[in-house]
Design a protein around this ligand. Structure first.
Ligand code: DX5
Ligand code: ZN
Length: 225
């Protein structure tokens, strides 16, 4: 599965707020809503103060879904594990610039493994940190909360970095936002130039996941100027 080419707005539901005991079913429901990407949050209890899933879970899910697996590695030393995530079935691998020793080398490695590559900025990380390698990625992830937990409050100042990132990468690279994205915050981030919207709590805390996805789609059309 390939990350859709830039130029469309895509919603990438994050499984972090899904029912982890029924992950394959949860993913099937969002697939039925017509999303193309599922965002898989990987946490190691070291880079972030929480632990989620790793390659074995991704490998099992791969058998049940044709969605693009967008793996967000919130882990230390991502270079050590990148290969295992791609082997497990991750199509796109995002790592944090704060965690990688040699971001350029890791991007090349991901490409050589056949995955697309993403680099992520924490809310306090300046955009300069990715300036050198942003153009080498297929998607840049701008955190709009501190990574580690779902259902946190959207950080408007962090979201503004999307404007700078979009200026650097132009129209052909995706810019993804993650944290506190819901129908209220969507028009702001889309107006800044985000085209890939991660949403966990706004979708999986709702009994009807499909209508929650549709509510975000509708909000994309209410762009603030
Ligand atoms: C946070 C994760 C997010 C999280 C977003 O560390 O990277 O992907 O699931 O959750 P919401 O949409 O609930 O803010
Ligand atoms: Zn995430």
């Amino acid at each position: 599965m390939k990350l859709p080419k830039a130029g469309t707005i895509e919603i990438a539901p994050s499984i972090l707020s899904a029912d982890f005991a029924r992950l394959a079913d949860e993913i099937a429901v969002i697939e039925s809503a017509g999303v193309k990407i599922v965002h898989l949050d990987v946490m190691d209890g070291h880079f972030v103060p929480n632990i989620t899933v790793g390659p074995p879970v991704i490998a099992k899910l791969r058998k049940y879904s044709n969605l693009v697996f967008d793996s967000h590695l919130m882990i230390s030393e991502p270079e050590k594990f990148a290969e295992r995530f791609v082997e497990a079935g991750a199509d796109h691998v995002t790592f944090h610039v704060e965690a990688a020793n040699e971001p350029k080398k890791l991007i090349d490695k991901l490409h050589a493994l056949g995955a697309t590559a993403g680099i992520c900025l924490n809310p306090e990380t300046p955009v300069d940190m990715i300036e050198e390698c942003a153009q080498l990625c297929e998607m840049i992830l701008v955190m709009t909360v501190h990574p580690g937990f779902g259902a946190q409050k959207f950080m408007p100042e962090a979201a503004k970095k999307v404007i700078q990132v979009r200026e650097i990468v132009g129209p052909d690279i995706r810019v993804e936002v993650d944290g506190g994205i819901d129908p209220q915050t969507t028009p702001t981030v889309v107006s800044y130039g985000a085209d890939t919207l991660v949403a966990g709590n706004a979708i999986f805390s709702k009994p009807d996941r499909v209508s929650a996805i549709n509510a975000i789609r509708k909000a994309c059309k209410k762009i603030k100027n």
